[in-house]
Design a binder for this molecule. Sequence first.
Ligand SMILES: [Zn+2]
Length: 460
Amino acid sequence: MADYQNYLESNQDRFLEELLDFLRIPSISALPERAEDVERAGHWVARRLNAAGVENVEVLPTEGHPVVYGDWLHAPGKPTVMIYGHFDVQPVDPVELWTDPPFEPTVREERVYARGASDDKGNMLAPILAVEALLQSEGAAPVNLKFCFEGQEEIGSPHIPAFMPPHRGRFACDLAVSADGGQFSETEPILLMSLRGVCGLQVDVHGASSDLHSGLHGGRIQNPIHALTQILGSLRRANGSVAVEGFYDDVVELTAEERAAIARVPFDGEEYLEDLGLDNEFGEPGYTNRERGWVRPTLEMNGIWGGFQEEGIKTVLPNSAHAKITCRLVADQDPAGIIDLLKEHITQKAPQGVKVTVTPLSILGRPYSIAADHWGNRAAAAVLEEMYGREPYQTRSGGSIPITGVFQEQLGVDTISFGFGIEDENFHAPDEFFRLASFRKSQIAYCKLLHKLGESSPQN
Ligand SMILES: [Zn+2]
């Protein structure tokens, strides 16, 4: 057994206590009244990095929740690897559905239950513990290390794009490794090939200066709800494809090999529908269910309101109607460019007699993708294959992690995903948990990954 493995094993009780301690901080980034707790979690991380032997640790302010930095740069000639994770967590509602209070972590049946256990506190603590084990048992790390832990991932990292430019030098590296991710199951590993980007907008349609009597004014002036539905109806075709001109122009089509890799990932379409209580799937023709969810861009209406919605009848001609729309994007679609296309389309389709305004929503993230044979993925694949005894599936995510796009754009660096959460661990839901087996496995995996990256050269 490697020395680091001995170190990890003999410190496992302490590490678990530390994880529980970390999980007691209610660092919910979405709630303004929890801002101090997010800050406190950042300082907890900073102290833990220091204790692990990481140097130059700092809690860096942003316009919102802070970023924690640290480094260890004593491996000349070796790649510089930046480890990413987040110490903020999702809100806990509905809190009555939790078996135990979400910030009083409990260990049951080899699982630790608490908000943030899997997403992402358990996962982001693992590389810190791995680095401590390597420094303690080998006296050095196999690569140069930087750490970037943020406190605003769960609200879409709104202040990271503005935070990064003045800190480019500090965060410069050869590869980012995200500890915010997972594996397919306890026995099946994955490599994450892509994440979708996101953008959104609100459409407001205004008619007369006030609500009007439909008997007096109906048929004589435009109805904002009709105008809005006309606009919304023009955005998507009946078969599910997006009807906005230019929407697909920058989409990079997958190769036959990439589609085959997606088809290899187990998926039970019937079970999927049964879980959702549905009889039929729906989506763009020519693509599998997985492809529609992972590698095709979408446009979805998230909400629509206006007019009279109470019980009974009110023969009103409403003076306004509104909708929120978001798009999931794939490489190489540009979120700002897509917003422009949508604006143009909506303006063109706006019928006479109403005033239509389009306001971008604050959600904005670039799509992200990485090649399967990227040197970082090759190292991760080798480690996962060694630990699980099988080749990782090449999966993709329909969701968005905006910071990967920021790293690519601002630091010119690719991100590999190396986390050990499993989809059934209730992230963002009541009774979130993390398997203790995954907690231990992730520490060893990070030691092995850093060694493997130390033997790699970013150029090949
Ligand atoms: Zn997360």
